[in-house]
Structure formats: C-alpha cells, structure tokens
Design a protein around this ligand. Structure first.
Ligand code: GUN
Length: 284
C-alpha cells in the first residue's frame, strides 16, 4: 500500500521567511508592520505574538498595538486612521475576532487597501476576483506555495475547496481559478459532499470541523491541503481531514499542526514586503 508524501509546511514556511528576510536586508529601509489586537482573546494573543516575533526576526519594524476589550468602534477607527496616515507603516493587520461592540466589516473597510496585509478589504477581494494584482489573504497564498512545493500540476486540474469563508474558502477558489484549475466550492449545503470530494485532484479543506473529511472521500492520488486547526476535548490539534485514513489514498497531504499554519505567518511577511515595495513604487 502506498502512502502519501507529507508536505512539510514548517520547512516551506521557514524557507519563505528566510527569503523575505534576505530581501528586506537588501532594501536599505525596514518595512513597517502594525498588528492591532483588541481585548483579551487568548488564542489571538498567541497569534499576535507569533506574527510580531516573526516580523521582527525577518527585519521588519514591527509592533503590536493592544487596545482594551471595551474599546469603542470609533476609537478603533481613529487608531486605524492614524496608522493609514503614518508613512512609516506599510502593513496594518487587525486581529480577528473583534469584541461584539465593533463591526468587523466596518473596521476591515477602514484600512487603507494599500496597507491591507490581510487582503480582507473589499478592494483587494474585488481585485482578486477580477484577476488583478492586489494584496491576497495570507492563508490561501500559503496554500498556493504548498501546492507548488508538492509539485502539483494546477492547469486543468479538478480542485475542490471545502468552505466558503471570506478569509480562506472564497479567496482560495479565486487563486486556484487564476492558476487554471477547474474549481468547485463546496459547503455545508452541498449535496453528496463525499462524491464531490472524491472527484477532486486537489482538495483544500477549510471548514473548521474536526476530521470531517474521511479517508474514503479522498480520490486515489489526490493532493490534500488541510487548513483546519481544531482542538479536541483531549487537547490535541486535528485538521478537517481524518489524516491517518487519508494517508494511504492521497499522493501528498499536509499534517496538522505543521502544514498550513506556518505558511500563514510567512505569507503575512511576504504581503508586508509587497505592500512596502508597491507603496514606494519599487518593482518586486
Ligand atoms: N484571525 C484568525 N485568522 C486571522 C487572519 O488571518 N487575520 C486576522 N487579522 N485575524 C485572524
């Protein structure tokens, strides 16, 4: 019985971070990143620290702005306006989720699209949908790197994106389409999800439901990218794909942890460098 090649996101992410660091070192200035955290969500605390540390290690001028949980929407918008106006700031990332008194879409739309290193602003989402250059959400960008590392042939391939979120599913489908895949977006209302998955040569799972994709949902020789990070009652992290069941069927698969996760931060650095170059009219 064959077994899937394991796609090592830690190694691919580390290599990418090293490449970004080398390019930053050659610039003669330090691109600026500001990560805004509102409130005390503990998971956000870990993510924000990791982003800030990775950016500093790669030579960026990075800082976290931590606002109290009771911050008003107006106060957060004022903070964002100040960062938009600050010439030393190339990238702004507002960590989600935000406290309930703040409207997330209003905040996303307030970030200068040229500094929107999350790629969530409707201008950047629109550019992606129109096939134009812009800032692309970090996790889908990271998945494209992993598919390249896995040697996936994208042109003409049947790709299935499981999940339609603004952060992953929708931009993922657009990137795969731009790479000439034949793309299906499946979701909680899709009929016969198992059959849809089985037809896919490339399967990207981003639903946030632990081990929902079973081994027999995976076509022989498929490349499987698991974006899910679900913490079980036993404290263990599991993906959206039943990993052990998938191994004998897939040609290549990402583990959880150590697959997509490390790519998100690496691509945040890539986006911040891209934003810094574009804002200065330097071609990347
Ligand atoms: N929360 C979970 N994922 C993300 C992300 O990619 N960006 C931001 N800003 N917040 C998140």
């Amino acid at each position: 019985m064959s077994t899937a090649r394991i796609i090592d996101g830690k190694a691919v992410g580390a290599r990418l971070r090293g490449q970004v660091a080398e390019r930053v070192a050659a610039l003669g200035f330090r691109p600026g990143l500001r990560v805004v955290r509102v409130g005390e969500d503990p998971a956000s605390g870990v993510y924000v620290r990791n982003k800030d540390r990775a950016a500093a290690e790669a030579g960026f001028d990075s800082a976290t702005i931590h606002l109290p949980a009771e911050t008003t929407e107006a106060a957060l918008l004022a903070q964002i306006a100040a960062l938009n106006a600050d010439p030393a700031v190339d990238g702004i990332l507002v960590q989600l989720p935000l406290p309930q008194q703040i409207d997330t879409n209003t905040v996303i739309a307030a970030v200068d699209p040229a500094k929107d290193v999350d790629g969530f602003h409707p201008v950047n989402a629109g550019k992606l949908a129109a096939g134009q250059a812009g800032l692309v959400p970090c996790t889908p960008r990271g998945v494209m790197h992993l598919l390249a590392d896995a040697g996936a042939t994208l042109r003409g391939a049947r790709a299935l994106v499981l999940g339609r979120s603004q952060i992953v599913g929708r931009p993922m489908a657009q990137l795969l389409l731009s790479a000439d895949c034949t793309v299906t977006v499946a979701h909680s209302r899709t009929r016969d999800l198992a059959a849809e998955c089985r037809r896919a040569e490339i399967l990207v799972a981003a639903v946030g439901r632990s081990e929902m994709v079973r081994g027999d949902w995976i076509g022989e020789g498929a490349i499987v990218i698991d974006v899910g990070i679900n913490r079980g009652a036993d404290g263990k992290l599991r993906g959206d794909v039943a990993y052990a069941e998938a191994l004998p069927r897939a040609a290549a698969i990402t583990p959880v942890p150590g697959g997509v996760g490390p790519m998100t931060i690496a691509c945040l650095l890539e986006n911040t460098l891209d934003a810094a170059l574009a804002r200065r009219g330097i071609s990347g």
